[in-house]
Design a protein around this ligand. Structure first.
Ligand code: HMG
Ligand code: MG
Length: 307
C-alpha cells in the first residue's frame, strides 16, 4: 500500500536558483520562501554556504537567511560542503538553519567536478561538520548525487550508491537522500537504488530527489511510493539544474508532484493554488514560464478566467 501522507521538501530556492545565470535579488529569494511557506511547505531548502566563486548565485546566503520571517513548524535547511560553510551558516545564532545538507556523489568523477575532491575525502570533510551540527542540535541530511547515472561515468550501480549510504551512516548523518542529478533514472532503477538506502536507514529517514530531464521523475516518485518512501524533494516551477551536470534540467516541479499526490488522495498539507502563486511569482522574476506542466496548465486557466 502506498503512503497516506507525503512530505515534500521544497528545494527551489537552492537547487532551483543556484543554476540561474541572471542575478536574483536576496529580496526576491526571501519573498519566494515566504510564498512557499504560505502554501504549506514545511521543509524548505533555502540556500547553500558553498564557495561564491563556484556558485555565485548563492553568495547572498547570509542575507537571505537573516531576512526570513520564519513560521513555526517549518524546517529551513542549507547546503554546507565543509566546515567553513557550516561555520558561516551558524555564525549568526539568531538565523541558524534547522537542518544542514551534506552532499557526496555516488561516482568519483562527479565528486571531483562538483566539490573538487574524491568520495572518501568528501566524507572526511563532512565528519566534523556532522559532529558540529549535532552539538548545536541541528539535523543533518545527505544528498547522494548521481545515484542513477553520472554525466562523466555513465551507468551507476546500486552497489556504488550503497557504498556512499554506508559512509554517510558511519559518520552519523541522520537522513539519507538519494538523488538522480541528471534525471536519467527509470522506475525499476530508482527502486533498486532507494532499496539500498532502506537497508541502512528507516523509511522515514529516506528521500528521493529526482530531476526531470527525461520526463521520468513522476514515475520514479510513484515507484518509490510503492516502497513506502514518503519524502521527496521538488522544486517550485520546476526550477533549476546542477551547474556541474551539463544538460540536467530542473528538479521535478513541486506542483506536478502535488497534482499527482492530490489525485492519489495523499495528504501533504500543501495548497495547490497558493503554490501556483509562488510559481507565478518566481517565473515573473525570471521572466519566463514555469517548466512544470501543472504550473503552466493552471496559470493558463487563470488567464482564461480573467479574459
Ligand atoms: P576548493 O576550491 O577545492 O576549496 O572548493 P578550497 O578549500 O581549496 O578553497 C578554495 C577557496 O574557496 C578559498 O577561498 C576558500 O576560503 C573558499 P580563497 O582563499 O581562494 O579566497 N571556500 C569557501 N567559501 C565559502 N564557503 C565555503 C567555502 N569553502 C571553501 N563553504 C568547495 C571546494 C566544496 C568549497 C567548492 O568545490 C564548492 O563550493 N563547490 C560548489 C558545489 C555546489 O554548490 N554544487 C551544487 C550543489 S550540489 C547539487 O546541486 C546536487 C544536489 O541537488 C543533489 C542532486 O541533484 O544530485 C544536492
Ligand atoms: Mg539537485
Amino acid at each position: 500500500m502506498i503512503p497516506l501522507q507525503v512530505t515534500l521538501v521544497e528545494v527551489g530556492p537552492r537547487d532551483g536558483l543556484q543554476n540561474e545565470a541572471q542575478p536574483v535579488s536576496a529580496a526576491h529569494k526571501i519573498e519566494l520562501v515566504h510564498r512557499l511557506q504560505a502554501a504549506g511547505l514545511r521543509e524548505i531548502e533555502v540556500t547553500s554556504f558553498v564557495s561564491p566563486k563556484w556558485v555565485p548565485q548563492m553568495a547572498d546566503n547570509t542575507q537571505v537567511m537573516a531576512g526570513l520571517q520564519r513560521e513555526a513548524g517549518v524546517r529551513y535547511s542549507v547546503l554546507t560542503p565543509n566546515l567553513k560553510g557550516f561555520e558561516a551558516a551558524v555564525a549568526d545564532a539568531a538565523h541558524r538553519p534547522d537542518e544542514i545538507v551534506v552532499f557526496a556523489s555516488a561516482t568519483e568523477a562527479f565528486s571531483q567536478r562538483n566539490i573538487n575532491c574524491g568520495i572518501e575525502e568528501s566524507i572526511e570533510r563532512f565528519r566534523p561538520v556532522v559532529a558540529a551540527a549535532h552539538a548545536l542540535g541541528i539535523k543533518v541530511r545527505s544528498a547522494i548525487s548521481c545515484a542513477l547515472g553520472c554525466p562523466y561515468q555513465g551507468e551507476v550501480t546500486p552497489d556504488e550508491v550503497e557504498r556512499v549510504v554506508k559512509l554517510m551512516k558511519a559518520i552519523g548523518v541522520d537522513h539519507c537522500g538519494v538523488a538522480d542529478t541528471i534525471g536519467v533514472g527509470t522506475p525499476k532503477r530508482a527502486q533498486a537504488a532507494l532499496e539500498r538506502a532502506l537497508k541502512h536507514y528507516p523509511v522515514d529517514r529516506v528521500s528521493g530527489h529526482f530531476h526531470d530531464t527525461y520526463g521520468q521523475a513522476l514515475a520514479n516518485i510513484y515507484a518509490c511510493l510503492e516502497l513506502g518512501i514518503h519524502t521527496f524533494d521538488a522544486s517550485v516551477a520546476g526550477l533549476g539544474g546542477c551547474p556541474y551536470a551539463k544538460g540536467a534540467t530542473g528538479n521535478v516541479g513541486t506542483e506536478d508532484v502535488l497534482f499527482m499526490l492530490n489525485g492519489l488522495g495523499i495528504d501533504t498539507g500543501i495548497d495547490l493554488n497558493r503554490l501556483i502563486d509562488a510559481a507565478a511569482f518566481i517565473s515573473g522574476v525570471l521572466g519566463r514560464k514555469p517548466v512544470s506542466r501543472t504550473g503552466n496548465a493552471l496559470l493558463a486557466k487563470r488567464m482564461q478566467a480573467v479574459t
